[in-house]
Design a protein around this ligand. Structure first.
Ligand SMILES: *Cc1c(COP(=O)(O)O)cnc(C)c1O
Length: 470
């Protein structure tokens, strides 16, 4: 399939190129250290980009989480923080933003996304339950497992193939969901864990038709759908672009329609919502809300602040409104695509089609000589840092962790290194520099050696594991 270029502000003036719908008011200097210093820093960090001090990083593409640039309106909102312990005015602003934009009635704020995952998992998962989901996310699955559940991947097979051009590689395979429900019984399936866009598959979207059909299927069995809406705004863009009948609908309308098929959602506001910290969980069911409101005071804070300052909630409320503006989403995804097109033109293997928030380099195809046990994606992230000071993230066997039952590595088909683009932070010239560095590392691929893991934490090992060069 061919994916049309995003409709852009440029098109209004009869040009094809897009441009950011903002200009820069404040700048933050960047620093580049020498190659010798980078080599030292990398060894000291155990070849794990999570362990590098950010002062030693030039262009930081580790994550799009909490790395957003806030607008002048959001900064102004920070000054309007009502830091009352209970009933902060900013909570009510946030509640209204979530109700109008996402459509869920009852809101529980949390300090970030995993706080919400923790509460939801503790509230609805019982020992022995099974949670089907469209590919796992690290913190989501761990909270489901810690609550006594086990996760079953029900994403379509195409999602595991980095070369498949399926337009909605995040889709749920309805046959797989039904098979799970029939095998274990609907009473053992507390909910389907649906995510849009799917990070671990390369930022791939779910179609409106898929969620509509999933709703019909789960209704027949009385199973709930809870949505990881962390990157649902970006998912809405792909629906607008690719799904028949949605080209003329706004991002906001598409997002709302999608959410309307689900029973509730959680979010890490550090992604789509254009803030540096925050999250929430929102549901339609009052009884569940009461349970969540009870739990939040134990783990996060009172139900009107959930571990956040009033000013954080205000910035989030404003960020939610800015995040669904069509021009914003187009420029955001346009920048990710610009980088993807450069790399594709140069023949560098990346996950196709390019997703919403990042470029995923296909380390398996870049380093065919490295077995998965020598951590090809981790190696690629280390080489990129060494070459140029660009920081990326492993999304392969290290991130996948170990099967708690067998103790062996989970062995994901996808062995990827992620270049994640922060929202509204870097320019097109930065993207050129990134592409050139990836090319340099790619050209040196044949002589690159792998890594050995020398320290492995028990949980979410990718954050703190240490390696040595083989
Ligand atoms: C980041 C993220 C989370 C977890 O949120 P945090 O704010 O990092 O705790 C959950 N799901 C998805 C899809 C994410 O990208």
């Amino acid at each position: 399939m061919t994916i049309p270029a995003p409709q852009t502000m440029g098109q209004q003036f009869g040009r094809r190129s897009w441009a950011e719908p903002w200009k820069i008011k404040m700048v933050e200097p960047l620093r580049v250290i020498t190659r010798e210093d980078r080599a030292r820093a990398l060894a000291a960090a155990g070849y794990n980009t999570f362990l590098l001090p950010s002062d030693d990083v030039y262009i930081d593409l580790l994550t799009d989480s909490g790395t957003n640039a806030m607008s002048d309106r959001q900064w102004a909102g920070m000054m309007l923080g009502d830091e009352a312990y209970a009933g902060s005015r900013n909570f009510y602003h946030l509640e209204e933003a979530v109700q109008t934009t996402y459509g869920y009635q009852y809101l529980v704020p949390t300090h970030q996304g995993r706080g919400a995952e923790h509460l939801l998992s503790q509230a609805v998962i019982k020992q022995g339950d099974v949670i089907p989901g469209n590919m796992y996310f690290t913190t989501t699955r761990l909270h489901q497992e810690l609550a006594g559940g086990s996760f079953v991947d029900v994403i379509i097979d195409e999602a595991h193939d980095p070369t498949s051009l399926h337009p909605f590689k995040g889709n749920v395979d309805l046959g797989k969901v039904e098979a799970v429900i029939q095998r274990v019984g609907a009473d053992k399936v507390p909910y389907v864990s649906l995510a849009g866009t799917v990070n671990m598959a390369g930022g791939q979207p779910v179609s409106m038709q898929n969620v509509r059909e999933l709703r019909a299927l789960t209704d027949r069995y009385g199973v709930k759908i809870y949505l990881d809406a962390t990157r649902m705004v970006e998912n809405a863009f792909f629906i607008q672009e690719r799904e028949p009948g949605y080209a003329d609908k706004s991002i906001a309308a598409i997002l709302r329609e999608f959410c309307d098929y689900t029973d509730g959602a959680w979010i890490s506001a550090k992604k789509d919502s254009l803030v540096n910290i925050g999250g929430w969980l929102a549901v339609r069911d009052f009884d569940l809300f009461e349970e969540l409101r009870n739990l939040v005071v134990i783990y996060e804070g009172l139900h009107t602040y959930g571990g956040l300052a009033g000013r954080d909630m205000e910035a989030m409320a404003i960020g939610i409104a800015e995040s669904v503006q069509d021009e914003h989403v187009r420029a955001r995804i346009g920048q990710v695509r610009y980088l993807g097109e450069l790399l594709t033109d140069w023949g560098i293997p990346i996950v196709q089609p390019v997703g919403g928030h990042a470029i995923f380099l296909d380390a398996r195809r870049i380093y065919p000589h490295l077995p998965q046990d020598e951590f090809p994606s981790q190696t690629l992230a280390a080489e990129l840092y060494l070459d140029s000071g660009i920081r990326s993230m492993e999304r392969g066997i290290v991130s996948a962790g170990r099967d708690p039952k067998t103790g062996d590595h989970y062995r994901p088909k996808l062995e990827l290194t992620r270049l994640t683009i922060p929202r509204r932070v870097y320019t097109q010239a930065h993207m050129d520099v990134v592409a050139e560095s990836v090319k340099a590392v790619y050209d040196a691929r044949e002589t690159t050696r792998g890594l050995r893991m020398v320290y492995e934490p028990k949980y979410l090992r990718f954050f703190q594991a240490r390696f040595e060069r083989l």
